[in-house]
Ligand binder design. Structure first.
Ligand SMILES: NC(=O)c1ccc[n+]([C@@H]2O[C@H](COP(=O)([O-])OP(=O)(O)OC[C@H]3O[C@@H](n4cnc5c(N)ncnc54)[C@H](O)[C@@H]3O)[C@@H](O)[C@H]2O)c1
Length: 353
């Protein structure tokens, strides 16, 4: 089966986990632990081929991807040695890629920018995955624009509104291209865990009165969130969590701080308070620790393969089953189980060539 040709905008921690994952799962093919779908409609992760990548950091631009993914300030764990990929990281335009805080850790390259649409066409990219920092709104829009110009499907992992923005979704529809987003859901992330806990409790007759979820991380993305997207992230996460309850409760969910020594780890704290039989009180006070970048890997693999299916079937605009399954802010928010069912039905319906 033909390879799925993918380009990456941003060679940060998520890109590192993605590239290492491609290598890892091409070796560990028997019983591949950690993947939700070792095969999706006949596509294995080994069918995904990264053909182009763009960044702005001096320590990444001009380097082979295999080297660039381990360059500072990336701190995703090294789980495998990646052989040379033959793909050199190209310099994209900086725009708002660096924020007040990340200025401390990113070294903008002085090399000339490439024409991104042209580079995508030359590489034969079919899908552009946007892995820019969350505060890079204009840069995200720039890459969406160039995906359209290069006839590429677009996957927006950032919390900037592209797939969930009606005007952008329409532009992809008019160009007969699929788009998916916004703000990737982690494989085992705090939003999903929080939603699942609240659903379990409310299904069992508990009346939740208050709940919060706060987290700290040590990746460059956590640093960027601090000064640029704290409010947006808080709004997206709070809305996703609150939508789980069939009634109104006090809900707060958001990212709180950057702790450099945590490296790429993330600690999430959950507090849930409610009442059950005869108003008896209950509380949950929980800490959940994960590694950030690998948490994006399996979901990105599924998203990329689902977008290839969308391309095969000539589907266009925002692909709701993919958006609802893999993103925190889809164009339409659905309960977790409904999103799962919709994705399964999408795969079943469109899976065969
Ligand atoms: N589990 C997860 O890590 C996860 C989950 C959900 C969403 N996301 C989203 O994925 C995105 C990427 O996360 P990350 O941890 O890899 O971030 P990161 O900060 O490690 O990487 C971002 C990369 O983009 C580069 N960059 C900045 N401006 C650029 C520009 N104009 N053009 C090209 N490259 C540019 C930076 O140099 C850096 O290499 C974020 O928006 C984040 O919110 C991640």
């Amino acid at each position: 089966m033909a390879k799925i040709k993918v380009a990456l905008a941003g060679v940060g921690n998520c890109a590192s986990a993605f590239i290492q994952g491609l290598c890892y799962y091409s070796i560990f093919t028997e019983n591949p632990v950690g993947l939700r779908h070792p095969e999706l409609c006949g596509y294995k992760p080994s069918d995904i081929q990264v053909v182009a990548a763009f960044d702005v950091d001096n320590r990444k631009v001009g380097k082979d991807l295999a080297e660039a993914i381990f360059a500072a300030p990336n701190n995703a764990p090294r789980v495998i040695d990646v052989p040379k990929t033959g793909v050199t990281v190209q310099k994209g335009p900086l725009l708002d890629g660096v924020g007040e805080n990340t200025r401390r850790v990113i070294e903008p390259s002085g090399q000339p920018e490439v024409n991104v649409a042209e580079a995508l066409r030359e590489a034969g990219a079919e899908i552009l995955v946007n892995l820019l920092p969350s505060g890079a709104k204009s840069a995200s829009e720039f890459y969406a624009e160039h995906a359209l110009a290069a006839n590429c499907a677009f996957v927006n992992a950032t919390p900037n509104f592209i797939a969930s923005d009606a005007a952008w979704a329409k532009r992809f529809e008019n160009a007969a291209l699929p788009v998916a987003g916004d703000d990737l859901i982690d494989q085992v992330g705090s939003t999903t865990l929080h939603r699942t806990l609240l659903k379990l409790l409310s299904d069992r007759g508990v009346k939740i009165t208050e709940t919060y979820q706060l987290d700290v991380g040590g990746g460059a993305e956590s640093l960027d969130t601090m000064d640029r997207t704290r409010e947006t992230k808080r709004a997206i996460k709070t809305q996703a969590v609150a939508s789980t309850l069939p009634y109104k409760a006090e809900v707060v969910a958001g990212s709180t701080d950057y702790v450099d020594f945590l490296q790429n780890n993330r600690d999430s704290y959950f507090w849930i308070s409610g009442v059950y039989f005869c108003n008896a009180p209950m509380r949950i006070d929980l800490k959940f620790s994960t590694v950030d970048a690998p948490n994006a890997g399996s979901v990105l693999f599924d998203t990329v393969r689902a977008m290839k299916i969308a391309l095969n079937k000539k589907l266009k605009g925002a692909i709701l089953p993919v958006c609802a399954y893999a993103f925190k802010r889809p164009p339409q928010m659905l309960p977790l189980e409904e999103a799962e069912e919709m994705f399964k039905a999408f795969v079943k319906e469109n899976g065969s060539p």
